[in-house]
Design a protein around this ligand. Structure first.
Ligand SMILES: [Mg+2]
Length: 443
């Protein structure tokens, strides 16, 4: 059962949305733009005059009276960024090289109601720099503010650094955003996927990631292990050498058999000519997507590759905001968009990216990579909600970030035959093991 205050708050959200809808209709006939301007989307959302209460540049936006009267007055009392580093039990090997260690930042947000939320910031390297950004620059914009105004907080934090959206700032915001959604869900006693109001899937399809770019014998063994674990869909890393990559594509298909669904991730390994040659091998061996064949900035290259292959193209883990994904999604160059929730501004912005992809008929496939259990779990919630969700990456490294940091097992440990159940507890549906956090703290 919902707390009566929370239920009332949600009811009033619907009332507010209904009122906005009525006003939008009214604008068509009476040209009354008062309410529509407040809520009309992307271009205004980034404008400094809209809804960022922490900015010194403008007065706070007026809040609907219903919110101020009935919303529970849960206020943020502290924001603490924890920089964490671990040695990977097994190295990850891609076209970029070998990863022995990986880092992240766990964001803890405390409230005056005693509810604590957690989020995760993608910070593969230099986690202390990310933690400093959050603690010194984002934290002051949040202290004392009501938890539920997540969009207002997002816009306030976005103004912490000047320049275009992207980089460390948006990754830092991602951790805060996820933590705020966790608190909101705990306060409402609802899982986040339910707050998002989407499809409400109780389980989602996942694919195994990844077979490393290692020698043939080791790659064979990794493939066998994934098949034994019951994964029907498996991703294979390829390297910079085009001919060797094509040989790996053919070898894995022969070994896995025609029944296995295979894709590759090249981590920007090729130029256009190389990518066309690899794409031909993928077509011949019936792979289901070609992930990040080119540099993420080479949008013209992606468009040209799209014309020269029938293999679906996937990308998006390098994008920070919906604006950066817009061109290749809108013109259907990509068949699948893969934002990483711990990079792409958290639940709020990732949901916008998935929704934009849906409008354009493009699929959504959450990227996880070497991130931790909070990133993985937040991704499951959004995946549960989005109508265009194709499948989620299930990174099967046995890293403590995924297997020890919380009271739930990792996705790779919980999946059964490529299906993963969605958490049902309030918020993210997990509790952090703070002893493990201390053990993994970056020295
Ligand atoms: Mg990738």
């Amino acid at each position: 059962m919902l707390d009566s205050n929370i239920a009332t708050m949600l009811f009033n959200c619907y009332v507010d949305l209904f009122a906005v809808s009525l006003c939008a209709k009214r604008e068509k006939t009476t040209n009354d733009k008062c309410l529509l301007k407040r809520t009309s989307g992307k271009s205004l959302r980034r404008h400094p005059s809209i809804g960022h209460q922490g900015s010194a540049m403008s007065a706070p936006s007026p809040q609907p009276q219903a919110h101020s009267e009935f919303a529970p007055d849960i206020r943020i009392t502290d924001v603490i960024a924890h920089p964490l580093t671990q040695k990977l039990p097994k190295s990850t090997v891609t076209s970029w090289g070998t990863y022995e260690h990986v880092s992240l930042v766990l964001v803890e947000i405390r409230t005056d109601a005693g509810i604590v939320g957690v989020g995760e910031t993608l910070a593969r390297f230099a986690p202390k720099a990310y933690a400093e950004l959050i603690n010194s620059t984002l934290r002051p914009r949040l202290i004392g503010k009501p938890v539920h105004q997540i969009s207002a907080h997002w816009n306030s934090m976005r103004l912490a650094l000047s320049g275009r959206c992207g980089g460390m700032l948006i990754e830092a915001i991602a951790g805060v955003d996820i933590a705020l959604w966790d608190i909101l869900g705990k306060a409402a006693k609802m899982p986040i996927w339910m707050l998002l109001g989407g499809e409400g899937r109780t389980s989602i399809p996942v694919y195994a990631a990844s077979i490393n770019w290692v020698d043939d014998a080791e790659a064979d063994a990794e493939l066998d292990a994934y098949l034994e674990a019951g994964f029907p869909r498996i991703k294979i890393k390829t390297g910079k050498h085009v001919k060797d990559s094509c040989r790996r594509i053919e070898r894995m298909r022969k070994r896995a058999g025609d029944g296995a669904e295979l894709c590759i991730d090249s981590n920007w390994a090729y130029n256009l000519d190389g990518a066309v040659e690899v794409a031909k091998a993928l077509e011949d061996n019936k792979y289901f997507w070609f992930e990040e064949p080119l540099d993420p900035e080479d949008e013209a290259g992606y468009e040209e590759l799209r014309k020269r292959t029938n293999v679906p193209l996937a990308a998006g883990e390098s994008n920070y905001t919906v604006d950066q994904a817009q061109r290749l999604v809108q013109n259907r160059t990509l068949s699948v968009l893969q934002p990483d929730i711990a990079r792409s501004g958290g639940i709020s912005e990732t949901k916008r990216m998935a929704e934009f992809a849906d409008i354009c008929g493009v699929g959504y496939a959450p990227h996880i990579g070497m991130s931790g259990i909070v990133c993985e779990t937040a991704s499951i919630h959004v995946a549960s909600a989005m109508p265009n969700m194709r499948m989620m990456e299930c990174h099967s490294d046995i890293s403590p970030f995924k297997t020890e940091m919380a009271d739930i097992a990792s996705a790779s440990q919980r999946q059964k035959n490529g299906e993963l159940s969605v958490p049902t507890g309030p918020g993210l549906g997990l509790e952090i093991n703070w002893d493990v956090v201390e053990r993994l703290r970056t020295p």
